[in-house]
Design a protein around this ligand. Structure first.
Ligand SMILES: [Zn+2]
Ligand SMILES: [Zn+2]
Length: 1027
């Protein structure tokens, strides 16, 4: 090959192979370590001279690349490390908006600096510095990226004077000597990874390969000096690396002509047949020496001169093809990892290895088991003695009609597995020995067996959940947990109030040189092993009630009369308490926190007991220490148990008075101290069953709300959702199973509702709710308009609308339509650790005394139809119009990162609020009540808004009135809607600022006098609205 006349230098671009493993490493790094941090990450690429004729070698970015070269021991003759920078953005918009020209120049400036400062002589691979920009869309397991090799641009063209194959440019002696020198260079681990070097050939044809830093010493004496580099090789063109190499030569060596050597190999041996020798001339560039000079640069892969960078298509990698086995599990745990991005690092190992024993597989058992899986718990043992009955189905969230007659412990296993295949669950059918249970000679052996079996189970688990329906059956497990110092969490429900508590640690041992075994029995301390006062158990505080129920024996009959929704609330709190305890450094020994105090650790307060009531909208945290008279956890009982073992247990079960003697309970005869279970509210079942409910959203909230509404007696449900079931939904969205994967939620949910309540009339509608700030293209306009109209018809044909979607903007149109149609609207929204449940106010009435009025719009009154001030809606306290809130978000904001359990609590409250409102004589016009100030009627409190926080144990009832600047329910908006109908809606969808102008928010924002609307809860920095 012979270069004809002088011509502009052309070089071959570098081909990049970015391995899937690299992106998978990035995915893990992003999830586990980086979080929202999007600062540049130093990485390493790998490079090698061409090995095969006609096949250019690729630049590799592999799993090891995620570390910078300095921290990376990887690297060999076929993988010469090259430093690079990775810019991984948090969202697609950020990726698209990156100023590619600017960041390329910034990288080029680094190269220029490395040349001028002499860094390149020390580390020549700096000349090949590369740049990767990416967006790792972890939610969809995709990565979008572009790679660049920044290359300095000269003021004038570089001229190629000649280009020949090395074997024809050199003499035979030179070729032989040079081959030998290359073999040496490539053999030594010191030099094999150095891709830029000098070739010195003396007049007697002896060739040596030398380090770049020796360039001064090699000059003169009539010797040949070639600037060599590892060429990835592309036929007759020198590689891309030559450009920056020439910049180095020009700037450092101050010459204007260079002889270069493109080094190529053939299967590990120098290939001088294919290596190139050429000569190029160039003019010294201007201004490169100036310290602040930012050079021109090119180098994006696939870049064509003159094309806009923004038009560059990103490459796309699909990560779902790797690790298909572990992927489901990773998807299910992602929300827990995302919690660590802003809030607190969840200890997944601890959670997945915690062995949890659930006593009871009924209403509470189902919810707790499911929520534990959502927290990443993977080892469950469930104990129950009952069978699934038809009447259980609407209450016990996991069972379906096929399970009727099957033991719960058998039925529950597949239902848990089909939501999370990684869970290990065992169901054990057995009766838990009950205090006061009459032991006859014939059943003594089996009761004793059950006692022993329970002891073995408590021993082999880390946490015990007491979810049995009777307190009498909690006695033995409470005793066993106190004896073995196991975490025990109890949940008790009574009509519409609940108690959730953790039992205290077992007693420590007082010192005193006694025999170990005797000390374990005789020397029980009143403190725990850490020397702290022991917290109480569920028998510590009210001895009398147990005595009563034991004689009447009917607590279990009453206890099943539970207000719908209560189970969800109590289970959510019980599982939250468990997760907090597990993350507390002192675990079982952690002291009890009281709400309002500041003794919180990273997860929030860790109370001892929580008591709450749905009808009163109160929540209190209680702290009580272990009582020395306790029949389950006192030292008297524990030492007796340690001394006499199951003889004692059998005696106590058979004859509880023995316990009373033992613990010196004196007021045994005090009769009926237990408060009577309050009569249930006069539920109007007809009203409930005929109420037509429209649920917008069939996700976590949608599933729970639909289920609880059925339990309340609602039988007409329409569900709107546009999504499909994916694997990460299964643990959180209570109704779906793995069989539903890829099915539309709107249709999948129907079967699950039916199999729990055959009489329900449910309809599913797969449809996207039109959203403001999501402009539609002309060809989408017709279908969006159809959806608007459809939603309007749906709102008009239902009595109550539940807004359960996960973006703010999707609630706008339904809110407007509900206000316009005067329909009950209930919003449930989740933040990371707080929730908002509210009912929107009634729509405006029409003003009287305005006889002239062709435009109905002008007659909207400031009050509702009953002449009362209207309550506010979800948007009333906003100061910006709803816009596209998704594309700018980071991953954790896009996914609904909430504490597991929060959705259960909010759903329970939303359904409860609805039933109360439906029973109120004024219905939608009912005034908002505030806990503590309003006298509660027979229905209990009917608040306007309920805001609760899990970590702070706040429960606030709030009241806010409709704002005249509201973007959804103000008269300005409603009258415009009434005048222009869907034209108005379509304008809002396309132009979000239009709403702000219309409602005067724009002016409001400009006015200096603007102050926060009074009922914004300022302590809540969690931004409920974000989700
Ligand atoms: Zn106790
Ligand atoms: Zn409003």
């Amino acid at each position: 090959m012979e270069a004809a006349a002088a011509r502009p230098l052309q070089v071959a671009a570098i081909g990049v192979c970015a391995e899937t493993g690299f992106w998978d490493s990035l995915r893990r790094l992003k999830l586990d370590v980086l979080g929202t941090d999007d600062s540049p990450i130093p990485i390493t690429g790998y490079y090698t001279p061409r090995q095969y004729e006609k096949i250019a070698s690729l630049f590799r970015i592999c799993p090891e690349s995620i570390l910078p070269p300095s921290a990376n021991s990887f690297g060999d003759r076929n993988n010469c490390p090259v430093p690079g920078t990775l810019l991984n953005t948090n969202n697609m918009r950020g990726f698209q908006n990156l100023d590619r020209a600017l960041i390329l120049r910034a990288e080029a400036k680094k190269i220029l600096h490395d040349i001028s400062s002499g860094n390149v002589e020390e580390n020549p691979s700096l000349l090949l510095r590369f740049l990767v920009i990416s967006f790792a869309d972890l939610k969809n397991w995709k990565v979008y990226y572009n790679v660049a090799f920044p290359s300095l641009v000269f003021d004038s063209k570089i001229t190629l004077l000649s280009l020949k194959f090395a074997s024809s440019a050199l003499s035979q002696e030179e070729v032989t000597s040079l081959s030998k020198a290359f073999i040496e260079w490539r053999k030594s681990s010191e030099t094999t990874v150095v891709p830029f070097f000098l070739i010195n050939i003396t007049q007697d044809s002896t060739a040596t390969v030398r380090h770049l830093k020796d360039w001064k010493a090699c000059q003169g004496n009539g010797q040949k000096l070639l600037f060599g580099f590892y060429d990835h090789g592309n036929r007759g063109f020198p590689g891309w690396a030559l450009r920056n190499y020439i910049a180095f030569v020009s700037l450092r060596c101050k010459i204007e002509k260079v002889q270069f050597f493109c080094y190529r190999e053939k299967r590990g041996h120098p290939d001088l047949q294919q290596s190139l020798i050429g000569e190029a001339s160039f003019l010294a560039p201007h201004g490169w020496d100036a310290p602040d000079y930012v050079p021109e640069a090119i180098g994006w892969e696939g870049e064509t001169i003159g094309k806009e960078y923004k038009e560059m298509k990103p490459k796309e990698i699909d990560l779902s093809s790797i690790n298909p086995a572990s992927q489901d599990e990773e998807k299910q745990l992602m929300h827990l990892k995302l919690m660590g991005w802003r809030h607190f690092a969840v200890n997944l190992d601890k959670l997945s290895s915690a062995r949890c024993l659930l006593l009871g597989a009924g209403t509470l058992g189902c919810e707790v088991a499911r929520l534990l899986m959502t927290w990443g718990v993977r080892k469950l043992t469930v104990v129950d003695n009952g069978c699934v009955s038809m009447s259980d189905l609407v209450k016990q969230s996991l069972y379906t009609d096929k399970d009727c007659g099957v033991p719960r412990v058998t039925a529950i296993v597949p239902h848990l597995k089909e939501r999370c295949s990684a869970v290990e669950v065992e169901g054990i059918q057995m009766e838990i020995p009950i205090l006061g249970h009459n032991i006859s000679a014939s059943n003594a052996a089996s009761v004793l067996d059950d006692c022993k079996r329970l002891q073995t189970l408590v021993d082999s688990n880390d946490v015990v959940f007491l979810l049995n329906e009777t307190r009498e059956s909690m006695w033995l497990p409470t005793l066993l947990c106190a004896d073995k110092n196991k975490i025990a969490i109890a949940a008790l429900l009574k009509y519409d109030s609940y108690l959730v508590m953790r039992h205290g640690a077992g007693p420590g041992i007082k010192g005193g040189g006694m025999d170990e075994v005797i000390a374990q029995i005789e020397n029980l301390s009143t403190e725990d092993a850490l020397g702290r006062q022991r917290l109480g158990c569920c028998f510590c505080s009210d001895i009398a009630s147990l005595v009563n129920s034991e004689y009447t024996g009917t607590l279990d009959q009453h206890s099943t009369v539970i207000s719908p929704g209560l189970t969800s609330v109590a289970s959510g709190k019980a599982v939250e308490l468990f997760a907090r305890m597990l993350h507390h450094p002192d675990e079982i020994h952690a002291p009890g926190d009281i709400a309002g105090t500041d003794t919180e650790h990273q997860l929030g307060l860790l109370p001892h007991q929580m008591q709450g009531s749905l009808s009163k909208c109160v929540l209190s945290t209680v702290l009580c220490n272990s009582s020395s008279n306790c029949i389950a956890c006192s030292n008297a009982v524990l030492s007796e148990y340690r001394r006499r073992g199951f003889y004692f247990v059998m005696q106590a079960i058979n004859c509880p008075t023995h316990l009373k003697e033992l613990t010196n309970i004196s007021d045994l005869k005090k009769p009926f101290a237990c408060s009577k279970i309050s009569a249930s509210i006069p539920v109007n079942l007809e009203k409930l069953s005929s109420a037509r409910c429209l649920l917008l959203g069939a996700g976590t909230l949608g599933c729970d709300v639909a289920r609880i509404l059925m339990d309340c007696g609602v039988r007409k449900i329409t569900i709107v959702d546009s999504g499909r079931v994916v694997v990460s939904n299964l643990a959180r969205q209570s109704l779906y199973t793995s069989d539903d994967r890829d099915s539309p939620k709107a249709s999948a949910i129907l079967g699950h509702l039916k199999e729990r309540c055959p009489s329900v009339i449910a309809e599913g509608i797969k449809m996207e709710i039109p959203m403001p700030g999501h402009p539609v293209s002309p060809n989408e306009a017709a279908s969006v308009l159809e959806e608007c109209k459809r939603l309007q018809e749906l709102v008009a044909s239902h009595d109550a609308i539940f807004l359960l979607t996960d973006t703010r903007e999707s609630r706008w149109l339904p809110t407007l339509l509900c206000a316009n149609e005067n329909k009950i609207a209930i919003t449930a929204a989740l933040g990371y650790d707080s929730y908002l449940v509210m009912r929107h106010g009634a729509g405006p009435g029409t003003s009287r005394g305005n006889p002239d009025g062709d435009a109905a719009a002008d007659k909207l009154s400031a009050e509702d139809a009953l002449g009362r001030q209207r309550l506010g809606c979800y948007f009333c306290n906003d100061v910006v119009a709803p816009v596209d809130s998704v594309s700018n978000r980071t991953l954790d904001q896009q996914c609904t990162v909430t504490r597991p359990g929060l959705a259960s609590i909010a759903s329970g409250r939303a359904a409860d609020l609805f039933t109360r409102l439906l029973h109120h004589p004024d219905g939608i016009h009912a005034q908002g009540e505030i806990a503590g100030t309003n006298s509660e009627g027979p229905l209990g409190l009917l608040p306007h808004q309920i805001r609760g926080s899990l970590s702070q144990y706040n429960l606030l009832t709030l009241l806010g009135y409709s704002s005249s600047n509201c973007t959804a329910c103000s008269n300005a908006v409603l009258s415009e809607y009434q005048r222009r109908g869907m034209d108005f809606v379509m304008q809002v969808i396309n132009e979000p600022t239009y709403l702000e102008d219309l409602t005067g928010i724009t002016d409001l924002m400009k006015s200096a006098a603007y102050s926060q609307v009074e009922w914004i809860d300022e302590a809540d920095d969690d931004e409920i609205d974000m989700l």
